[in-house]
Design a protein around this ligand. Structure first.
Ligand SMILES: Nc1ncnc2c1ncn2[C@@H]1O[C@H](C[S@+](CC[C@H]([NH3+])C(=O)[O-])CC(=O)[O-])[C@@H](O)[C@H]1O
Length: 352
């Protein structure tokens, strides 16, 4: 038996895609695959922890929510929490650790995390949003895809910025259930006047999505890919897949690790990079702009470059494993433990 939160979220996703299909028949291709996608993520043969994650979400208490602020940096669900609800909720949310992307606050009031439960995540994802948001074309009324959306933090912020529909995709079983835990408390606070949810999550990688090359059949006005490109073995395929989801004239927001250098500079770490064993291509900003142009995007511009600090990515009570400070050279913070340049990230905006 599915718990109500996940069942409701999945029903809302079906209804949203069904409505969309009336305008964009390519959404039927998504609908055809949805039962498999949503079934696979709950199958303990694929994900041993899936039943435990589902049970944690199912046992979250129903709080009286006073208001939800999707625009606050600490994404806050203002609610009354009794002491026993606080203990129960904290324990259940901790079963969904490690929490990497956030922060979130459940209970209490905005700006007063003493009175609620503050999920102090490994990443200050709000800092990334502050770097990206001022450069975006409006999200108001747009259909948005967030590729590799993690817990969904940025997806909620996109809904808060007025997007009509946000679809977050990410293949992680844990992050899917973290999203559902937050969805449980957000309830209908992100919904349209019709009651239809605006923020959805499909637990699949970008490569699994149906790609339509037919003019006019693409679903999204804005596509985000933040923190994903360097994990891909074939960066050009990733760029083409992103392009394949965008309407003509739509906006791509690409954020990835970069290094210093000119149009010909690309680092391919031999083994690990900052202890990650799945890092492939780190271009310079100039090379990355060249890649996007070669992939057929126009108006390509870099809007931000930032070195990741150990304040932005760090170990917390909600993510107790090693974090950035452990991945940097203890004698020289400008280098990773492997001797590569320390993580620096660029945000690029481009048009299809
Ligand atoms: N092929 C794929 N398709 C979709 N998602 C993928 C794929 N491969 C990995 N992921 C997912 O991409 C996310 C990368 S984190 C960025 C999170 C957020 N966007 C952020 O910008 O903070 C990296 C970082 O820490 O920056 C993870 O959640 C993966 O499961």
């Amino acid at each position: 038996m599915l718990n109500d939160t996940i069942a409701n979220a999945e029903r809302e996703l079906y209804l949203t895609l069904l409505t969309l299909a009336q305008e964009k028949p390519s959404a039927y291709e998504w609908l055809k695959q949805l039962p498999t996608w949503l079934g696979d993520i709950k199958d303990k043969a694929n994900y041993a922890h899936a039943p435990a994650y589902q049970a944690s979400v199912a046992r979250l208490p129903n709080l009286t929510v006073n208001s939800v602020d999707l625009n606050s940096d600490t994404l806050t669900i203002e609610a009354n929490l009794s002491e026993s609800q606080r203990k129960q909720t904290t324990a259940l949310l901790k079963q969904l650790m490690p929490w990497r992307k956030g922060p979130f606050q459940i209970g209490g009031q905005i700006g007063d995390d003493e009175s609620g439960i503050k999920i102090d995540t490994e990443w200050h994802s709000d800092w990334k949003w502050q770097r990206v948001a001022p450069h975006l074309g409006t999200l108001k009324g747009r259909r948005v895809l967030d590729v590799g959306g993690g817990s969904g933090y940025h997806g909620w912020r996109m809904a808060g910025a007025g997007a009509d529909t946000v679809i977050i995709i990410d293949p992680s079983c844990l992050f899917y259930h973290q999203f559902m835990a937050i969805r449980h408390f957000v309830g209908t606070a992100d919904a349209h006047e019709t009651g239809r949810y605006r923020t959805h999550y499909i637990p699949v990688p970008l490569e699994a999505l149906p790609a339509s090359s037919d003019q006019g059949s693409q679903l999204f006005d804005t596509v985000f890919s933040m923190g994903v490109l360097y994990h891909r073995q074939s960066p050009f395929e990733h760029l083409q897949q992103l392009k394949g989801q965008l309407v003509k004239g739509g906006e791509l927001v690409l954020e990835t690790l970069v290094i210093e250098g000119d149009t010909n500079t690309v680092l391919v770490p031999h083994d690990r990079y900052a202890q990650m064993n799945n890092v492939y291509f780190l271009p310079s900003v100039a090379a990355l702009i060249g890649w996007l142009e070669k992939a057929g995007f126009t108006d390509v511009r870099c809007v931000d470059v930032a070195v990741t600090s150990t304040e932005e990515q760090r170990k917390t009570e909600w993510m107790t494993y090693h974090s950035l400070a452990d991945f940097l050279d203890s004698n020289d913070a400008t280098k990773t433990v492997e001797g590569y340049p320390a993580p620096m990230r660029a945000t690029i905006i481009a048009k299809k």
